[in-house]
Design a protein around this ligand. Structure first.
Ligand code: ATP
Ligand code: MG
Length: 568
């Protein structure tokens, strides 16, 4: 492939709102372009990488015995009403009507379609176990599309669905997929962890997420390798805390002008955020409910909706409701004298002499103590786990929280969808049995961005070989001026192509510096430089992307030498 025949589309500048490195590099390297918020076109270089990821996923699915299918992306509302998700999925489901005013949606996932499909095709346990997968574009109208193809609205997913006659079969299918996922992420050259997870809108009981560890990750993963523990922080149960230390301060009402946030408050009073108590108002069945947390802790919405009387999905109370219930604005709300149902996080129990809002505009209380200044509310587990929290597998050890990007998710669905659709088959006794299902997703397009988050430097991307758009690039010096350079460059290009290696020959009439910068940006693993001086010595210059050393390889036997180096 010659660069003059391939739309390279590299650029220097990216829009100012680009926040993370993979988004910036995918734009700069000419891999993607945005058409609308969260909707992207893939340019030739980007598509090459996407297809490589897709093929590795496909190979491992086939190897694991799954069969490829392709289902429609436009889905009728009826099947979503049948599963009860037409309402439950909420605004992430993009809905529209056809010319006959019938409701449709763009598929965000395919449990409804596959269950309807397989129910009609599978009649007997003899046709099971079976697992069907597709690699297809999904649409989710995300609240806040961001980070390029990492969290977008239209994205490529591999989704697989297993069908079995009983629970044991489903568990076995789940294990096979779990192992196939590990194989996929190993082959992609990614540093990943498998973590216990919540099942979210998909449903079911047991589920595992696969995360690529990177600082830009949106999920917190609690890890203790010694205790063989890894879990999404959302899923980590925390123990009750002990009683507080005796009160030392007396209760005082202090003026806190212009204080709006916990950060402002800590600065103004010179106290650490762990000494403050924040009060969040959420929607309950009979009006707002107050949730109390230590200022430095974050509310775990999965835990909050388990508290009786709190509505699911969790919704924060609006500014008007806050004012009506407390008489104050959100920055000054506190539990003293508040007459609505209240729950406090376990970790707040051991707090003494703390600071909280006073339900008066720009006022807070200091020296607050449970019992003396306000009755103890019920203490429950409400927060997200943080660094240093006890490890559930071994409470003598603690967890470290790392950031992760979710690239895959496997679920045991049980009979949730097969019951909704009455998807049964005849079992060995000739009786009708509801099928047991599993579902398994991989974010194919998100993986491209995740791989870049893990593999880059100041000059650009450093592709793992299995997903590099090209394995070798050839940078000729004076391609247009030197017949020798042109001839050798083309010869090397042709020989490598013959040997099955994907090569990019940068034949543009540009300065070498420009070409080096572009090839580094593109992240091509092996770089060859062809020059008159090298040719005179029978040599070619070689450099591995990401390494400093420049070597000189003999032109004789060059193809064999490179084949040796590829995959090493
Ligand atoms: P998230 O918590 O990131 O929203 P999810 O739990 O909604 O993910 P699943 O329904 O399990 O995701 O989808 C399977 C995979 O599809 C995810 O593991 C992820 O890699 C990918 N994915 C989900 N939403 C998006 C998105 N908006 N943009 C790109 N990839 C996505
Ligand atoms: Mg989601």
């Amino acid at each position: 492939m010659k660069s003059t025949e391939n739309l390279l589309a590299t650029v220097r500048q990216v829009p100012a709102d680009v926040e993370i490195v993979s988004h910036r590099l995918m734009l700069r390297a000419g891999m993607i372009r945005q058409l609308a918020s969260g909707i992207y076109s893939w340019l030739p270089t980007g598509l090459r990488v996407l297809r490589k990821v897709e093929n590795i996923v496909r190979e491992e699915m086939n190897r694991a015995g799954a069969q490829e299918v392709l289902m429609p992306s436009v889905q009728p509302a009826e099947i979503w009403r049948e599963s009860g998700r037409w309402d439950f999925f909420g605004p992430e489901l993009l809905r529209f009507q056809d010319r006959h005013k019938r409701d449709f949606c763009l598929g965000p996932t395919h449990e409804e379609v596959i269950t309807t499909l397989i129910n009609n095709e599978v009649r007997s346990y003899r046709q099971l176990p079976a697992n069907f997968y597709q690699i297809q574009w999904k649409f989710r109208d995300e609240v806040r599309p961001r980070f390029g193809v990492m969290r977008c609205r239209e994205f490529l997913m591999k989704d697989a669905y297993s069908f079995d006659v009983n629970r044991a079969g489903m568990e076995q299918a789940y294990q096979v997929m779990y192992d196939a996922y590990c194989k996929v992420f190993e082959r992609l050259g990614l540093d990943f962890v498998a973590v216990a997870a919540d099942s979210g809108a998909i449903g079911g009981s047991v589920s595992t997420e696969f995360h690529v560890l990177a600082d830009s990750g949106e999920d917190g993963i609690g890890i203790n390798t010694d205790a063989n523990f890894a879990s999404n922080v959302e899923m980590i149960d925390l123990p009750p805390s002990g009683p507080p230390k005796p009160a030392e301060e007396s209760l005082a009402l202090v003026e806190t002008p212009t204080v709006r946030t916990i950060e402002d408050l800590c600065k103004f009073l010179s106290v650490p955020s762990s000494q403050t108590l924040k009060t969040l108002l959420v929607q309950g069945e009979n009006g707002p409910v107050a949730l109390l947390l230590r200022g430095d802790h974050e509310l775990n919405t999965l835990k909050a909706v388990k508290v009786s009387g709190i509505e699911s999905p969790l919704q924060m109370a609006g500014a008007d409701e806050v004012e009506k219930a407390t008489g104050a604005q959100s920055g000054s709300v506190g539990p003293i004298g508040l007459e609505i149902p209240m729950y406090a996080d376990y970790a707040t129990r051991e707090m003494s002499d703390f600071v909280c809002g006073a339900n008066q505009r720009e006022h807070h209380y200091t020296g607050v103590n449970w019992g003396r200044d306000l009755p103890e509310p019920p203490f429950v587990d409400l927060r997200k786990a943080v660094n240093g929290d006890p490890c559930p597998n071994d409470p003598t050890k603690s967890i470290t929280v790392k950031r992760g990007i979710e690239v895959g998710h496997v679920f045991q669905l049980g009979t949730k969808y097969s019951e909704s659709f009455d998807a049964t088959c005849l079992d060995a006794n000739g009786e009708n049995a509801v099928m047991w299902m599993g579902c398994y997703g991989i974010g194919v397009s998100r993986i491209v961005a995740a791989a870049i988050e893990q593999n880059n430097d100041d000059s650009g991307i450093i592709w793992p070989e299995p997903i590099a758009p090209f394995l070798v690039c050839i940078v000729p010096i004076n391609f247009q001026q030197s017949a020798d350079v042109a001839r050798i460059s083309v010869d090397v290009h042709d020989a490598l192509t013959q040997a099955g290696v994907e090569v990019m020959l940068d034949d543009r009439d540009d300065r070498p510096g420009v070409k080096f910068a572009d090839m580094d940006l593109l992240g091509i693993p092996h770089r060859l430089v062809v020059s008159d001086r090298g040719i005179a010595n029978g040599q070619i210059e070689y450099k591995r992307r990401g390494k400093e050393a420049v070597e000189h390889l003999s032109l004789d036997g060059l193809t064999e030498e490179l084949l040796q180096r590829i995959n090493h």
